[in-house]
Design a protein around this ligand. Sequence first.
Ligand SMILES: C[S@@+](CC[C@H](N)C(=O)[O-])C[C@H]1O[C@@H](n2cnc3c(N)ncnc32)[C@H](O)[C@@H]1O
Length: 202
Amino acid sequence: MSLAGHWDNVFQTKSRTDVSWFEAEPTTSLELVKSVTTPSAAVIDVGAGTADLARRLASDGYQDITVLDISAIAIDSMAAMFTDIDHKPNFVVADVTKWLPGRTYDVWHDRAVFHFMVTEEMRNDYRATLTRAVHPGGFAIIGAFAEDGPEQCSGITVARQSAESIADFFSTDFDPVRSFGRIHRTPHGVDQHFVWVTLRRR
Ligand SMILES: C[S@@+](CC[C@H](N)C(=O)[O-])C[C@H]1O[C@@H](n2cnc3c(N)ncnc32)[C@H](O)[C@@H]1O
């Protein structure tokens, strides 16, 4: 099965609130995006799935939001979450490792996507997209499974990260701003250790 097929299948067969990464309140993501922006900022949520971050930002007055996902099913579900909101985000169905952004953003947000970049080629392609997408002075916020986090996510073996490994990998064009660890409790009560890193584009 293709990668897009895997994720379409996940979003077709599981309810939004049943996936292990579901969180009722995107507290950390909101806090981090708001810490580096005002509502006039252009924000992209990469591998957004059906997360509530974009809707919450839109409710708080952010008008330039883009949500990208490899799964068209996820993006359709995300669009349905915006029926009662005037300012719709830009919806993009694309593989982040292959996508050519046609513009730049103030903030790139990624919760639980970078850890799927398990080969050097995938990580290099991800970094190339990120570097094209964020203009100098802009920010990248990346939340990934920590070194003591789970070895798999959605049945796929992941590349776990530390604050240092993320900062080192993106040091070609980004400087670290802040980092911390945080635990996500899944809907089934399992604790998952995440590392969160904010980077600034030079
Ligand atoms: C673990 S889920 C996290 C979803 C969302 N960020 C959240 O926090 O709820 C991973 C998401 O990344 C998407 N994804 C996986 N690989 C991708 C890729 N190469 N390009 C774009 N999206 C991808 C999946 O479809 C899925 O929506």
